[in-house]
Design a protein around this ligand. Structure first.
Ligand code: PAF
Length: 281
């Protein structure tokens, strides 16, 4: 596996690489990222190349968010990428990616207005801008993203569609701890007490799905079931949002008939955790 840090080297590699599958990451990699790289390796077969990028993108962090303390674990990340089957890791410093006088960014103005976008103004502009840049730098044929970041995946699909970017996007299933907690780089911020309560988030979503499968279609009642479960089982956390939305538009629904997605974000101390679950038969 090759590690590159400059755009110049990356361009030379890309020139001779043939078909490329990309896994963009911010590092602090865990089993969820490993599954993305393994899936990329599986799709690539022996002939195509698998590239991962490791770049903590300052543009997608708000002024009071965790950019400075976001975990940076490059040595371990490189081992994980190699073991999962990557051929290349591109891990540039910030000045390789952003010009000091940069003046263009990309705004998605519909899907980004709700859920995490409402709580984190500018976040998805930062994601769109860096993903478009990473696509231009690596020029992948296909790219893989985790479904845990459901809204991010929807925004990136819209980015690619609306700007005619010739990259096929794959969404890959969330990897969970044995107790149901979705893997996340931010789980390492949790205290042991918070960690013990955090699986209640996914359990609450399952409870709502079970109620829906048993016939409850009213969204306010489904949301109440989620909030009650979290309040009882995870008293240490504080709600950012809980919502049940249309999977295409991400707009809130009043009733769920055939298909919806339930999403939530909760604060455990300084860790903001997100999760989601599709309601479909
Ligand atoms: O999901 C992430 O890790 C980041 O948002 C991404 C897509 C790599 C862009 O910085």
């Amino acid at each position: 596996m090759i590690l590159l840090e400059t755009v110049h080297e990356l361009r030379a590699w890309r020139h001779q690489a043939g078909r490329v599958l990309l896994v963009p990451t911010m590092g602090a990699l865990h089993e969820g990222h490993a599954s993305l790289v393994r899936e990329a390796r599986r799709l690539a077969g022996d002939s195509a190349r698998v590239a991962a990028t490791i770049f903590v993108n300052p543009l997608q962090f708000g002024p009071n968010e965790d950019f400075d303390r976001y975990p940076r674990t490059l040595e371990a990340d490189l081992r994980l990428c190699e073991e999962a089957g990557a051929d290349l890791v591109f891990a540039p410093p910030v000045h390789e990616v952003y010009h000091p006088d940069r003046s263009i960014s990309i705004t998605e103005s519909s899907l980004s207005t709700v859920l995490c976008g409402a709580s984190r103004p500018g976040h998805f502009d930062g994601v769109c801008t860096v993903v478009a840049k990473l696509f231009n730098l690596v020029q992948p044929d296909e790219a893989l993203f985790g479904r845990k970041d459901y809204q991010q995946l929807a925004v990136i699909r819209r980015l690619v569609r609306d700007l005619d970017i010739p990259v096929v996007i794959h969404g890959v299933e969330t990897v969970r701890e044995p107790d149901g907690l979705a893997m996340s780089s931010r789980n390492r911020y949790l205290t042991p007490e918070e960690r013990a309560q955090a699986p209640a988030l996914q359990a609450a979503l399952r409870r709502a799905r079970d109620a829906w499968l048993a016939g409850e279609q009213d969204v306010p009642r489904l949301l109440r079931a989620i909030r009650e479960h979290v309040a009882v089982n995870a008293p240490l956390c504080r709600e950012d949002y809980v919502s049940i939305v249309d999977p295409g538009s991400l707009q809130p629904l009043a009733r769920v008939e055939h298909h919806a997605v339930a999403l939530l974000a909760f604060w455990f101390g300084r860790a903001r955790l997100i999760d989601n679950l599709e309601l479909r038969r």
